[in-house]
Write a protein that binds this ligand. Structure first.
Ligand SMILES: Cc1ncc(COP(=O)(O)O)c(C=O)c1O
Length: 395
């Protein structure tokens, strides 16, 4: 099996599993307990928080451990909105993951009393947000601005630093959903200019059901989960020390591997994209071209991300044909896999309803080899033909 669905989730890392093992077996006590076993668990937790903070460029006390990216996003938007609603106004983009978009829309429907106004900023054909529209939408009364670093469906990297400058100019806190980025892009808060940042462990070989929201000290936040006041009152519940240790190890390894892993993934992706577009000329690459760069010269597309539409074919049909040939990938997003709804991201990029139902996303990871990529390049035209797309193939 060739696994090209790393954006959905990644194979567990042995190092992360081994780092967790002592905390799943011997060092099992509650880290809030005052006795010696509790103190041992606390020491492991503190070390994990320090490691996470080291990678993300924040203080350990600014790290809130969550059940994953979804909870981190939800806590960022609803936690800030509850603490400092100001003008009850959220600015985000039309291509966010549902964890952000639905949290914003919940505020718009009155989840915290009087409804918030929500501006979902549009994007261009490559999925890049309209910076001028975002700037025009922000006001000093805006509650929070939330912009993803990298898009999970089409791989677009947003100009977050430029967004941060605009937020700073009007004093609006910026939340960045960086779930797709560690190991591929720099995710330090001060580099991005973010006030809040979400990551998820399972995208990096870490434990499933574990994630992080970083909340800068000056940002007021009301908890979403009430109880014993763990994690400085920001997220109650007995802390999963093993989850924290696995998250910390996975994050550190992702960051350590970024300098060599990013370019390696980009080279594999370039070959994959070129191969597919050559053998299936009717396919359309979605998201930015592989050589596109942002204003500061950094890549405008995630190194490990290739995504296409196959006009006239059902994305799910192509996926099924690929799986029959041993290649596992997904349509635009794993979350939408069970529905035949058109992708909200592709619609926002200007694709029609029909094309937005034909997405195929191939996402690479540390274990992906060039032999696998060559095999996939040979199998995609076969799968497209078997799905009824002979007309899309090279003559
Ligand atoms: C950009 C983005 N944000 C948030 C999430 C949600 O993360 P989790 O699966 O850890 O809840 C995902 C997962 O697909 C994602 O890609």
């Amino acid at each position: 099996m060739i696994y090209l669905d790393h954006a959905a989730t990644s194979p567990p890392s042995r190092a992360a599993l081994e780092a967790q093992w002592p905390y799943l077996t011997q060092v099992f006590a509650n880290p809030s307990s005052a006795h010696e076993p509790g103190r041992a668990a606390r020491a492991g937790l503190d070390a994990a928080l320090a490691e996470i903070a080291g990678v993300l460029g924040c203080r350990p006390g600014e790290v809130v451990l969550t059940s994953g990216g979804t909870e981190a996003d939800d806590l960022a938007l609803l936690g800030v909105a509850a603490a400092a609603p100001r003008g009850r106004h959220v600015v985000t983009t039309a291509v966010e993951h549902p964890a952000v978009l639905e949290a914003a829309r919940a505020l718009g429907r009155g989840a915290l009393g009087e409804p918030f106004r929500v501006d979902e900023i549009g994007v261009d054909g490559d999925g890049v947000l309209d910076l001028a529209a975002l700037e025009a939408a922000l006001t000093p009364q805006t509650t929070i601005c939330s912009v993803m670093l990298a898009n999970n469906e089409v791989g677009t990297v947003q100009p977050v630093r430029e967004v941060a400058a605009r937020c700073r100019a009007v004093g609006v806190p910026l939340h960045v959903d960086a779930v797709q980025a560690p190991g591929q892009l720099d995710v330090r808060l001060d580099v991005l200019g973010a006030d809040l940042l979400s990551v998820s462990a399972h995208k990096l070989g870490g434990p499933r059901g574990a994630g992080v929201l970083v909340v800068r000290g000056a940002v007021p936040l009301v908890p979403r989960i009430h109880g014993g006041g763990q994690q400085r009152g920001r997220r109650s519940g007995t802390v999963d020390v093993a989850g924290a240790v696995g998250t910390a190890t996975a994050l550190r390894l992702a960051e350590e591997g970024r300098a060599t892993g990013g370019p390696r993934l980009a080279a594999l992706r370039d070959r994959l994209v070129a191969g597919v577009l050559q053998t299936v000329p009717g396919a359309v690459l979605t998201g930015p071209p592989v050589d596109a760069v942002l204003a500061d010269g950094s890549p405008a597309r995630l190194p490990g991300h290739a995504s296409f539409v196959f006009p006239g074919l059902g994305g799910e049909t192509v996926l099924a044909e690929l799986e029959e040939r041993g290649v596992v990938c997904s349509s635009g997003s794993a979350c939408a896999a069970d529905s035949d709804d058109a992708s909200h991201v592709l619609l926002a990029c200007g694709f029609g309803e029909d094309a937005a139902r034909t997405a195929v996303r191939l996402t690479l990871g540390a274990g992906t080899t060039s032999e696998q990529v060559e095999e996939v390049v040979a199998l995609v035209p076969e799968a497209v033909a078997a799905a009824g797309g002979a007309a899309l193939l090279a003559a």
